[in-house]
Design a protein around this ligand. Structure first.
Ligand code: AMP
Length: 285
């Protein structure tokens, strides 16, 4: 049975009761509009925990001015149904007022790892993410929390936060789930019209080109970044970044890299897509 709760107090209580009954809590934070990427996090959580809590909250704090907060897809009924089928025990779906009551004035902010890549193009985004996830971690209590490596930087930022603040949370990064043609699943893919859906594949075409070159021995970050960027430049309307960076610092690597993250963010019309591959870690996307 899947319970649905709306208030922080009910959510905390349910997680405490689960632990009191000797369950290990697995936490899956989402913004809803669930797809197979989210469901894979549920499956990974079930491999490590036996009480699965999924949160659905379109967090206004992490959207910048002019971003898609108002039109972000909301599909609550089918999300609940999907969670029920996948064996989620608890859904926490608060209203913004419950998370940020009148007078709220606290921000959790992580320094270095938030600055490059997404940080350059979405300046207050990670402060919104870390603030809401700190609240979710505090409400949940000791647990294993699953995040997708599709949002690679987010995973690194949240791992850093849990470590720095001694939160009793095991933060795990899970593999990217893709469509048959390679496009990473995203709630935002449903914004794409047929033409843009075709063009979107260029982002994974670029990641594959870099992955192939890496396997052939290429280690120059500039050349790998260019190989990844070329198809995106040809098909996308606007590019925020296509970069080859150190997988830990997310800055330009020093010396000959043993692994490299190729990360990309680009726009098709009004839709912004992100993707990445870890060279020296991930299989060919
Ligand atoms: P979102 O609802 O977009 O905020 O995503 C919630 C969680 O699902 C985040 O940890 C994402 O990284 C993860 N996620 C989203 N898309 C995918 C995907 N295609 N593969 C794996 N994880 C994903």
């Amino acid at each position: 049975m899947t319970d649905v709760v709306r208030t922080p107090a009910e959510f905390r209580r349910a997680c405490e009761d689960a632990r009191a009954a000797r369950h290990r809590v697995g936490l899956v934070p989402t913004m809803g509009a669930l797809h197979e990427g989210h469901f894979s996090l549920i499956d990974q959580a079930k491999a490590r925990a036996d009480y699965i809590a999924l949160t659905i909250f379109v967090n206004p704090l992490q959207f910048g001015p002019g971003e898609d907060l108002d039109r972000y897809p909301r599909t609550f009924e089918s999300d609940v149904e999907g969670c029920r089928k996948r064996g989620v025990d608890l859904i926490f779906a608060p209203n913004p007022d419950a998370m940020y009551p009148a007078g709220f004035q606290t921000e959790v902010s992580i320094k270095n790892v938030t600055q490059p890549l997404e940080g350059e193009f979405r300046p207050s985004h990670f402060d919104g993410v870390t603030t809401v996830v700190a609240k979710l971690f505090n409400l949940t209590g000791p647990c294993t929390a699953m995040f997708g490596r599709k949002d690679y930087q987010q995973w690194k930022v949240l791992s850093r936060m849990a470590l720095d603040l001694d939160m009793p949370i095991e933060v795990l990064g899970c593999p990217i789930i893709r469509e048959p043609d390679g496009l990473a699943l995203s709630s935002r893919n449903r914004y794409l019209n047929a033409r843009d859906r075709d063009r979107a594949v260029a982002i994974v075409t670029g990641l594959r080109a870099a992955h192939d070159a890496w396997l052939e021995g290429e280690r120059d970050p500039g050349r790998l970044g260019k190989l990844a960027g070329d198809p995106v430049h040809r098909q996308f309307d606007r590019i925020d970044y296509v970069a080859a960076v150190d997988p830990e610092t997310l800055l330009a690597p020093e010396g000959r890299p043993e692994a490299l993250l190729i990360a990309a963010a680009a726009h098709l019309g009004e839709t912004r897509l992100i993707d990445n591959v870890l060279l020296g870690g991930d299989p060919r996307p």
